[in-house]
Design a protein around this ligand. Structure first.
Ligand code: GDP
Ligand code: PGA
Ligand code: MN
Length: 589
């Protein structure tokens, strides 16, 4: 039975059901009873496996198809009327042509299956900045993940009332055929269509599809920003909590930084880190003229490998109840889960991510997929911020960009001002990871970590950043760049990372409040080596100096690479950014 009388919603669902032809339609009301019944049903069909309920209460395991383990950027489209509005970094097709191409893929795709109607909210239901969506899907796995990642159910429909202002999402697993897999966005229709996939980033439509690709378009039109950023609060020994937002590409450390545990002597002095969000920030200028950030999500969709009790006890603790694990190792001895980097004791009697018997003590192959994931409720996180449910979010003092660069980028530097900071974001580059299909470890430009997520022309997006800076004026956050991933000649990381990253964040925050000094370099301001606290880090002063060192020849090469990248954007490239590039080149000479 329908849970709303909203005509726009009912008509759209009728239309989608006529096309996909499900046997039944089930509305998700958000009740625990309904979700529990769906979990049982999924266990009965093998879609989920229930794990050891004493060790991992409320936890389940799922495996995707072997060819369906990451976001598919080459099959992701922005379908606006004019190609020039999608820009050179997005796949594009005219909306009418794409709707026509998708129709046969969806026709009859839900025959013999149930269509679930998931009303969900990005942001606190009923709050001024919340936005609503409805996802139709034939996957219980999607329903259960959406119920962790977003606020779902009747309350969302009540808040929507009879408004037609919601984002439509249609997901069908179809045959999971990678050749006919499409992740498509129609910004002018507020519509998302995903077909032939069952992997999180492709099918949990509230996340990258809505909260970044569609929302970036809404933000441009309405004067706010949707960004691929974690949000965290740093409490200093004086008890003040200062907030920053940080954009890193997928699998470059957002979730880990968001749940950082301070090094021991920082803890003794009273430092604490509060997690507001780990992946997406919606940013607005507040009534006080400052930039405020809220996390529209309700859970974490984190990378499992590498998560352990040493690198990130908070992330690990977050996954110990109410969590769905995807493509990790199933430890048959005690019915729990394992992944590479969890501990040094891989299970002997286990099933790998592909569903095959696996003996971790002898196998040369990885047991968990490198992009295996956990979907966990935000409220599980031991350091979840008291502001997590604050509808207006938190005021941002610093914006931090970063990525994986083995050589070029120093550990940290500060931009000269907002415009230069936008330049620093626009030239971000990072080695590719397993979060998307394709080669891993190849350096590519990923402006503001939004390359795969910006729903319109990237140059217009940069202009939007510049315009936001004008509105913010002297209340604008300071902008920084970090790189935790610099390596030595043997490819070993020079910086310990994880909790030790607080040493860098401390300097960043002090810079925002005029409490720390800096040295001017051609690329921006860097800390004096003595201003980074190394106590207990295992890093010596010489290594730190190496981490902060600039190689001018390498940066001159970088200038050329940036110029070639900028050339793609033609006349749309904001003049300010080409001036910043020339100024950087002049300073390097
Ligand atoms: P996200 O996808 O951006 O949220 O990235 P995650 O926080 O999930 O981290 C992705 C991978 O990078 C995991 O394997 C982490 O263990 C690793 N990682 C995260 N932070 C650091 C760090 O500071 N240093 C190093 N060396 N690795 C890190
Ligand atoms: P993430 O992306 O690696 O940034 O968490 C998740 C995804 O959508 O695949
Ligand atoms: Mn993450």
């Amino acid at each position: 039975m329908a849970l709303t009388e909203n005509r726009a919603v009912l008509d759209w669902i009728d239309e989608m059901a006529a096309m996909t032809q499900p046997d039944a339609i089930v509305w998700i009301d958000g009740s625990e009873a309904q979700l529990e019944a769906l979990r049982s049903q999924a266990c009965a069909t093998g879609e989920l496996e229930k794990l050891n309920q004493e060790k991992l209460p409320g936890c389940y395991l799922h495996r995707t198809a072997v060819n369906d383990v990451a976001r598919v950027e080459d099959r992701t489209f922005i379908c606006c009327e004019k190609q020039e509005d999608a820009g050179p970094t997005n796949n594009w097709m005219a909306p009418a042509e794409m709707y026509a191409r998708l129709k046969p893929l969806y026709t009859g795709a839900m025959k013999g299956r149930t269509m679930y109607v998931i009303p969900y909210s990005m942001g606190v239901v009923g709050s001024p900045f919340a936005k609503y969506g409805i996802e139709l899907t034939d996957s219980i796995y999607v329903v259960l993940n959406m119920a962790i990642m977003t606020r779902v159910g009747q309350s969302v429909l009540d808040a929507l009332g009879d408004s037609p202002d919601y984002v439509k999402g249609l997901h069908a697993k179809a045959e999971l055929d990678p050749e006919r897999r499409y992740i498509v966005h129609f910004p002018q229709d507020n519509t998302i269509m995903s077909v032939n996939s069952g992997y999180g980033g492709n099918v949990l439509l509230g996340k990258k599809c809505f909260a970044l690709r569609i929302a970036s378009c809404l933000g441009r039109d309405e004067g706010w920003m949707a960004e691929h950023m974690l949000i965290l609060g740093i409490q200093n020994p004086a008890g003040e909590v200062r907030y920053l937002a940080a954009a890193f590409p997928s699998a470059c450390g957002k979730t880990n930084l968001a749940m950082l545990i301070p090094p021991a002597h920082y803890q003794e002095k009273g430092w604490k880190v509060w997690c507001v969000g780990d992946d997406i920030a919606w940013l607005r200028v507040g009534e006080d003229g400052r930039l405020w950030a809220m996390n529209p999500e309700y859970g974490f969709f984190g990378v499992a490998p590498g998560t352990n009790a040493k690198s990130n006890p908070n992330a690990l603790a977050t996954t110990r109840r109410g969590t769905i694990f995807t493509n990790v190792v199933h430890n048959l001895d005690d019915d729990t889960v394992w992944w590479e980097g969890l501990d040094k004791n891989p299970p002997e009697h286990a099933v790998d991510w592909k569903g095959n018997p696996w003996n971790g003590t002898v196998s040369a192959e990885k047991g968990a997929h490198p992009n295996s994931r956990f979907t966990a409720p935000a409220k599980n996180c031991p350091c979840i911020s008291p502001e997590f449910e604050s509808p207006r979010g938190v005021p941002i003092s610093a914006i931090v960009f970063g990525g994986r660069r083995a050589r070029t980028a120093p550990l940290v530097y500060q931009s000269r001002d907002w415009e230069h900071g936008v330049f620093v974001g626009s030239i971000m580059a990072s080695e590719t990871t397993a979060a998307a299909t394709g080669a891993v470890g190849v350096v590519r430009r990923d402006p503001m970590a939004m390359l795969p997520f910006c729903g319109y022309h990237m140059a217009d997006y940069w202009q939007h950043w510049l315009d936001m800076g004008k509105v913010l004026g002297d209340k604008a956050p300071k902008i920084f760049n970090v790189n935790w991933f610099r390596t030595d000649d043997e490819g070993r990381f020079l910086w310990p990372g994880f909790g030790d990253n607080l040493r860098v964040l401390e300097w960043i925050m002090k810079r925002c409040f005029h409490e720390a000094d800096a040295v001017e370099t051609p690329i921006g301001y860097e800390p004096k080596a003595e201003d980074i606290d190394l106590e207990g880090s295992g890093v010596d002063r010489a290594t730190l100096e190496g981490l902060l060192k600039l190689d001018t020849a390498m940066w001159l090469d970088e200038v050329n690479a940036i110029r070639a990248f900028y050339d793609k954007f033609g006349a749309k490239l904001p003049e300010t950014l080409s001036q910043e590039l020339s100024a950087l080149e002049a300073r390097l000479h």
